[in-house]
Design a protein around this ligand. Structure first.
Ligand code: SAM
Length: 275
């Protein structure tokens, strides 16, 4: 069992040796992560703190381990089905769309969106920005190459979306969007879904989000859940400023916007339209 003062030691060693400030992460999940890291690394807390303070590479490694990277292709199929009407309506008169995936992890969410835009018949130009705190995971996202068995686990997600929207759109089989290499057992997202993608390292806790343009859609799913409420609200305020009017903010299934901030949006199944 690690104590509150141990958690403070970890937060302090990061603050003293880097720009990473975990003080506004939710206590419970941060503590759970540290406990898991101690077991996996086979070190005591004091040893961990010492190593972080002495070795910048190790600090980065532990930072990447603190943040949870689990993601899926077409994660939460209900959301993709609910998104159909508001997104289709929003895109009706738009010949270009600018989308930000904040906390993009290894990129499956961003590529799902690109596939989805094609599936719902969007013919305009899509520009996608994927950002994450983890430099390592951003490199995976850029490549868009995944192990066959990882994608296989999520084909059901895609098929649920495909079937759920079959009355209105004709989504193709998932194989249409991916190139399979049977020798390596790898699947690569086709190059057309990699066009106009911009992947960047960005720490959502820092207040300087420097983008040239505003966004039509911001997806930030299963990220805010790791932060305390104050930090969640600060970030949602920044998202609101960065959205075009009537733009969409999409949060994860277990995330929501609380009053009074919720008055700035209309909420339909966790798809928030900027008012
Ligand atoms: C659980 S994953 C969610 C990925 C994807 N959005 C999804 O829903 O499948 C959370 C992602 O948030 C990133 N993250 C955590 N803290 C962050 C921060 N302060 N700034 C930016 N990204 C962060 C993690 O590195 C991780 O890739």
């Amino acid at each position: 069992m690690i104590r509150e003062e141990d958690i403070q030691k970890i937060i302090t060693v990061f603050k003293d040796n880097s720009s990473f400030d975990f003080s506004e992460y939710s206590d419970k999940s941060f503590k759970r992560r540290i406990e898991k890291i101690l077991i996996d690394e086979g070190v005591s807390l004091d040893r961990l703190v010492k190593k972080i303070s002495k070795d910048a590479k190790y600090l980065n490694h532990i930072k990447n381990r603190i943040t949870v990277n689990t993601t899926e292709l077409f994660r939460d199929s209900d959301m993709w089905i609910s998104l159909y009407k508001p997104l289709k309506k929003y895109l009706k008169h738009k010949n270009a769309v600018n989308i930000w995936h904040a906390g993009v992890s290894s990129g499956e969410e961003l590529y799902s969106m690109r596939i989805y835009l094609e599936g719902i018949g969007y013919n305009g130009v899509a520009h996608s920005v994927g950002t994450d705190i983890s430099d390592k995971i951003i490199e995976v996202a850029k490549k868009g190459i995944y192990k066959n068995n990882i994608i296989a686990n999520y084909i059901d997600n895609y098929n649920l979306v495909k079937d759920g929207l079959s009355d209105v759109e004709n989504f193709k089989d998932i194989t249409h969007y991916l190139i399979s290499n049977t020798k390596t057992n790898l699947l690569e997202v086709k190059s057309e879904y990699k066009k106009n993608n911009d992947f960047q390292i960005l720490n959502l806790i820092n207040s300087d989000y420097n983008f040239d343009n505003k966004f039509d859609v911001i997806m930030c799913r299963n990220v805010l859940i790791y932060f305390n409420l104050d930090l969640q609200n600060k970030i949602i305020e920044r998202f609101h400023k960065l959205l075009n009017s009537n733009g969409l903010l999409i949060l994860g299934a277990h995330e929501s916007i609380m009053p009074p901030l919720s008055n700035k949006f209309e909420n339909n199944n966790n798809i928030y339209t900027k008012l």
